[in-house]
Design a protein around this ligand. Structure first.
Ligand code: COA
Length: 166
């Protein structure tokens, strides 16, 4: 397994990863249909901008050329939030419980420290025990509950607000 920052040449494989991961889990914010609507050009442009503007980061886990996991870190453009980052994380089902998310997060943390962020934040669906455990293991703390913040399959769900300070 190779863990490294994404390159423009990964755009096709990353596009495929995004479609498949959203088909595998309901715990990401986009629905499967919304993920499918994003064309490969969207990822080409995003990766290109990340490289040219040095803003944000996508770290991928690769099995050969195939993207099997990723952590996507965002940055705020407003100066008052410039010392914090947020992210999205996902790993293909068949690679779960093999330490892939851990390796992705370890590399993300190196970047977080290099960039001098003071805070990283994430919200996790309250039913998502694997992710909640993952963040607890990695030193996140609970800050609050966003009640009824997700509407999916005619039901409401809460999200737990978590953060880690540096
Ligand atoms: C959450 C997710 C990224 C974990 O990926 P992973 O590669 O399987 O995680 P790792 O193998 O690195 O696991 C590290 C730790 O996470 C926790 N964890 C992971 N899967 C778990 C599970 N099924 N049950 C309980 N804890 C789990 C454990 O603390 C584990 O440490 P341990 O193996 O020493 O017990 C993965 O389940 C996933 O992609 N889920 C779908 C998308 C998602 O929920 N993303 C997060 C949205 S906030």
């Amino acid at each position: 397994m190779e863990i490294r920052p994404i390159k423009i040449s990964d755009a096709d494989n990353y596009h495929e990863f995004q479609i498949q991961i959203h088909a595998q889990t309901n715990y990401l914010l986009f629905s499967q249909r919304e993920a499918e609507k994003r064309p490969v050009e969207f990822y080409q442009k995003t990766i290109g901008q990340m490289e040219s503007d040095n803003l944000g980061n996508i770290i991928v886990a690769l099995d050969g050329d195939k993207v099997v996991g990723s952590i996507w870190l965002g940055e705020y453009l407003v100066s008052k939030r410039s010392k914090q980052t947020n992210f999205g994380l996902g790993v293909f089902k068949e690679y779960h419980r093999q330490g892939v998310a851990q390796q992705l997060f370890d590399q993300a943390e190196q970047w977080i420290k290099e960039k001098g962020f003071a805070r990283v934040e994430i919200t996790v669906f309250s039913e998502n025990i694997p992710a909640y455990n993952f963040y607890m293991k990695n030193g996140f703390e609970q800050e609050g509950l966003k009640r009824k913040s997700v509407y999916m399959n005619n039901k409401f769900y809460d999200e737990i607000m978590l953060s880690k300070l540096y």
